[in-house]
Write a new protein. Structure first.
Ligand code: AMP
Ligand code: MG
Length: 419
């Protein structure tokens, strides 16, 4: 449930910093989706609704990490080759079912259960055999090539935490303790529409003065990457009544509504005003570039995000701000902030220094092995080709007034923002 507290930020004219906006999101949002149990494969990309506790050890028994010969280390001479007779053969899945006798070696294969009484395995490449005898070189360490029971997963330990996004490795780990299903949150149901009299569906002929709708498609794609179920509500005109009807009907059947356009201060920017009459806007003026207007609030009890209309601004504000809300509402727990990587600027740039700023860039390794960020040549917040031609965003903190070629800067790969 989103439960934003009304406070000074929605009333005064100050621009909210990115950190304050994210703090508010963190503080007031929690999972709004119910829990279900689904088969392991179906759990991919969902968020775990409970901690998962191991009900067994993995591996379930000590076993050999190599094809070779299992021995008892104390039977070996410390400084000479040791000759031991072969007393048995242990293939994976076929344990010996008896205690190893001292002074014997056992042929063993990768995954074969180490018989009680043995503790060390020689790789087959390291030994010589002659008939039923094996010559073992000196110097092997006690416990070499032995995999211990429970060394991967220990009975009773928490192996997966609630709120974790399920990736292939989480599914594999669950399977490794014999689970066939996982408790997960249902996907977040999100309604998406674009606003603007000039916005035209790509399936229609473009009328004079109009522009094709790209935001709906980028936003739906971003939401799907985060595991959401999306309802595409098309394009709504800059008309208070129509916007209001769309919001009210979407709110009754969705966990979150995301719109683009119409949240700025222009006379035709009606979305924010309509949301204010139906619910509340927690904040909408942020100290960020691009995308100063991004409205976050709720319509009735459904969370609402009004993204800016400019296509780059819509994507960047989704990636850096709305993404965290989407993940929290979906059940994610823990630090959701994307990792920023330090790379070298291959350009110079003078930011105004008043807002958090993002530039689009691609990375290239130069002759000396340095990872350099190259700016996309066109900067406008409507230039969607800059998102296609880049690997990610350069993030410039407030207060930075100058970036020179060779400076270390923060880089945010797009990949970090799709999960
Ligand atoms: P707005 O935020 O509504 O003032 O829109 C800002 C700019 O983004 C305007 O130039 C719009 O034409 C453009 N824009 C708004 N929505 C979309 C959209 N869905 N697809 C492409 N451009 C858009
Ligand atoms: Mg508009």
């Amino acid at each position: 449930m989103v439960n934003f507290k009304n406070d000074c930020f929605s009333l005064n004219k100050n621009l909210l910093s990115l950190e304050s906006a994210l703090e508010k999101i963190e503080k007031f949002s929690e999972p709004v989706v119910s829990i279900e149990k689904v088969g392991l494969s179906e759990a991919l990309s969902r968020f775990l609704a409970e901690d998962i506790v191991a009900t067994c050890d993995v591996p379930p028994h000590d076993n050999s990490a190599v094809d070779g010969y299992a021995v008892c280390h104390s039977d070996l001479s410390a400084n000479r080759e040791t000759l031991l007779p072969l007393a048995g053969r242990i293939a994976a899945g076929h344990p010996l079912r008896q205690i190893a006798k001292k002074g014997n070696a056992y042929r063993i294969f990768t995954g074969g259960v180490m018989p009680d009484g043995t503790d060390t395995v020689f790789m087959q490449e390291d030994v010589r055999t002659q008939g039923d005898n094996v010559f073992l070189p000196a110097g092997i360490q006690l416990g070499a090539n032995r995999r211990f029971r429970g060394e991967d997963v220990c009975y009773g330990s928490i192996i997966l935490n609630r709120g974790k996004r399920v990736r292939p490795q989480e599914i594999g780990l669950a399977a490794s303790i014999g689970l066939i299903e996982l408790p997960v949150y249902k996907p977040l149901c999100v309604a998406v529409f674009s606003t603007g009299d000039e916005i035209c569906d790509p399936s229609l002929n473009l009328k004079e003065g109009c522009i094709y709708d790209s935001n709906r498609f980028t936003i739906i794609g971003l939401l799907r990457e985060l595991g959401c179920h999306v309802t595409d509500l098309g394009i709504i005109n800059d008309d208070q009544r129509m916007i209001s009807d769309a919001l009210v009907s979407a709110a009754s059947t969705h966990d979150l509504i995301i719109t683009s356009g119409g949240v700025s201060v222009g006379g035709e920017d009606r979305v924010r005003q309509v949301v204010e009459t139906l619910g509340e806007i927690e904040f909408w003026r942020l100290a960020i570039k691009p995308g100063r207007p991004i409205a976050i609030g709720n319509v009735a009890s459904t969370a609402f995000v009004g993204l800016p209309g400019n296509p780059v601004a819509a994507m960047v504000t989704f990636m850096r701000i709305a993404r965290i809300l989407v993940l929290r509402l979906s059940g994610a727990i823990g630090n959701l902030n994307p990792t920023l990587y330090r790379v070298t600027a291959a350009f110079s740039f003078k930011p105004r220094g008043e807002r958090r700023e993002w530039l689009r860039a691609h990375l290239k390794v130069d002759g000396e092995g340095t990872l350099n960020a190259h700016l996309f040549p066109v900067k406008g917040s409507g230039v969607l080709t800059s998102m296609v031609g880049s690997h990610g965003l350069i993030e410039i903190n407030e207060g930075v007034k100058k970036i020179e070629c060779g400076d270390l800067i923060d880089f945010l790969p797009f990949n970090e923002l799709y999960s």
